[in-house]
Structures are given as structure tokens and as C-alpha cells.
Design a protein around this ligand. Structure first.
Ligand code: PMP
Length: 297
């Protein structure tokens, strides 16, 4: 396989050389922010929205990103070009930078900027055809007033605990509830339930990240004539839904066919989920800023 190039603070370095200091506060304390982005046939999907979320997350934690959004766009494109990738997953990480062992971020002279692009297959293809079995877990979503889920920070312990619980239960993904018992989201994806032609997804205030795929699905579904509601719901509503699916940059749109042992609908990916996945896959290729398609195709 050809060498993978990582963008690291102004240079492209080979993967095995892409190293950061153990004094980086991203490593020491999870002090930093990140984004996961997809490029489909040269179209970087909703890059502007990802950058808006990244810069908002950074602003919220008072981390000053040393590039304008326009520069960052160019760096993302350059990383794809350098790696000759037109279908890939892109990870953008901004850590607080190298400091001393104290918590105070003022010891960190400058943030570190890292861009990784690689081919990705999160769930095997068969799972999109068979659907996922998931569980709900004891780990609760961070309360929005404690650590806002809108900040996509490097502190992902909450989500990692969900993954650990999921694998202990023998499944690959799980749903977290919020502190009041309403369904919040998966470890790295948003959740939708389908009732007839109505789609429901938890609103941001329940404690979910307002996912870019989630927002795209809301938009695409409305275009297709579905009614979409952002409303809190419980585990019971999930168990008795006609269909359940998860959305995320990595997961795209994936059906859930069993939750806590309850079979959802007919136990296979439902027709609305399939239709939405199809619409999603079509739109992600068409949409996008043409500059990327021209430079990458
Ligand atoms: N929730 C969490 C906790 C996530 O990490 C992600 C992945 N970024 C999502 C939801 C889905 O968001 P998006 O569609 O923007 O990838």
C-alpha cells in the first residue's frame, strides 16, 4: 500500500512519522476539538457545516484555531490530493497544544492542527442489508449543562463507555439515554424512529450532538414528503417503532433491527430506512462544492 500522508502543523508527514508530544494537552486532558468528515467522489460533504461546528466548538472552549475557515478548507483539500483520495473519511483534530503538566491551558503555546484522511468502512456492507442489533446502556449522556454535547471535544469518555458496554453485550453499537431517561443518541451517531411516514429524532436539548448527517436526513426526508419531528422519546417508543435507524458521518444511514432483545418491525431494514439511505447516497455525491470535484476527480 502506498504511503499515507498526515497534515501536521504545516507539513505533510508520513503516517509513521506523525507524532505529537506527550505534553500535548489533547493527550493529557482531552483538551481539544475534532470533526469527522466524508468525501464522496470528490465532493466533501457539507464541509462548511463541519467547519462551522468545529469553530463553534473551539470558540466554546476558548481555543483559537490558527487558520481561517477558508485556509482550513484548502488544507482539507490538499490532504485529500496528497493522498490521492476522492472517497474517504477525514479526521480534523485541533488540540490545545504542548504545555506543562498543569491543567491551565495558558501554558500551551500554540494549538496543533492535524488532518488525517483514509479510506473507511465502519460497518461491513452486509450490515446495511441485515441491519444492526443494539442495546441501551447504563451510561448516560453528559448533561448539556455540564459538558455541552454541541462541543465536539476530544473528551469522548462518555461515548467510549457506551462502546465498552455495547461490546460486553455482544453488539457493535448502543443507545444512551439522558439523565431523565429520554433516548439521546448512539456512541457516535444520532437516532431516528419511524412511525408510518413520520420520523422522530431527539431534539438537541435532550443531549444529542446535532449531527450533520442527522440534519441532512431531516432535510432529505422533508423533500421526500415525510413529516419530521424533533421530539423527546423513550425506550418504549423505540421498541414499538415501525423502523429505527442511526445516522452519522461514518455510519451514514443504518437500520436497527433489534433493540434490547425486542425485534423492530419485521426484523429487517424497513422500506423507509432503505429509501432514505438511497436518497442520502445519491445526494452526497451530487452535493458539495464543485472545486473539490474538479480538483479530485
Ligand atoms: N453523535 C455523536 C456523539 C457523534 O460523535 C457523531 C459523529 N460525529 C454523531 C452523533 C453524528 O454526527 P455527524 O452526522 O455530524 O457525523
Amino acid at each position: 500500500m502506498s504511503e499515507q500522508w498526515i497534515y501536521l502543523n504545516g507539513d505533510f508527514v508520513e503516517k509513521h512519522e506523525a507524532k505529537i508530544s506527550v505534553y500535548d494537552h489533547g493527550f493529557l486532558y482531552g483538551d481539544g476539538v475534532f470533526e469527522g468528515i466524508r468525501v464522496y467522489e470528490g465532493n466533501v460533504f457539507r464541509l462548511q457545516e463541519h467547519l462551522d461546528r468545529l469553530y463553534n466548538s473551539a470558540k466554546s472552549i476558548m481555543l483559537s484555531i490558527p487558520h481561517s475557515k477558508e485556509e482550513m478548507k484548502q488544507l482539507v483539500v490538499q490532504t485529500l490530493q496528497k493522498n490521492q483520495l476522492s472517497n474517504a473519511y477525514i479526521r480534523l483534530v485541533i488540540s490545545r497544544g504542548v504545555g506543562n503538566l498543569g491543567l491551565d491551558p495558558s501554558s500551551c503555546a500554540r494549538p496543533q492542527v492535524i488532518i488525517i484522511a483514509e479510506e473507511l468502512a465502519l460497518f461491513p456492507k452486509e450490515l446495511y442489508e441485515s441491519g444492526l442489533e443494539i442495546v441501551t446502556v447504563a451510561t448516560r449522556r453528559n448533561r448539556p449543562d455540564v459538558l455541552s454535547p454541541k462541543v465536539k471535544s476530544l473528551n469522548y469518555l462518555n461515548n467510549i463507555l457506551v462502546k465498552i458496554e455495547a461490546s460486553l453485550a455482544g453488539v457493535s453499537e448502543a443507545l444512551m439515554l439522558n439523565d431523565q431517561g429520554y433516548v439521546a443518541e448512539g456512541s457516535a451517531d444520532n437516532v431516528f424512529i419511524v412511525k408510518g411516514t413520520e420520523l422522530l429524532t431527539p431534539p438537541g436539548y435532550v443531549g444529542a450532538l446535532e449531527g450533520i448527517t442527522r440534519n441532512a436526513i431531516i432535510e432529505f426526508a422533508k423533500d421526500l414528503g415525510y413529516t419530521v419531528k424533533e421530539e423527546p422519546f423513550t425506550r418504549h417508543d423505540v421498541y414499538v417503532a415501525d423502523e429505527v435507524f442511526l445516522t452519522g458521518t461514518a455510519a451514514e444511514v443504518i437500520a436497527v433491527v433489534k433493540v434490547d432483545g425486542r425485534v423492530i418491525g419485521e426484523g429487517k431494514p424497513g422500506k423507509e430506512t432503505k429509501r432514505l439511505l438511497e436518497a442520502f447516497r445519491e445526494r452526497v455525491v451530487i452535493e458539495g462544492e464543485k472545486v473539490y470535484s474538479e480538483t479530485l476527480r
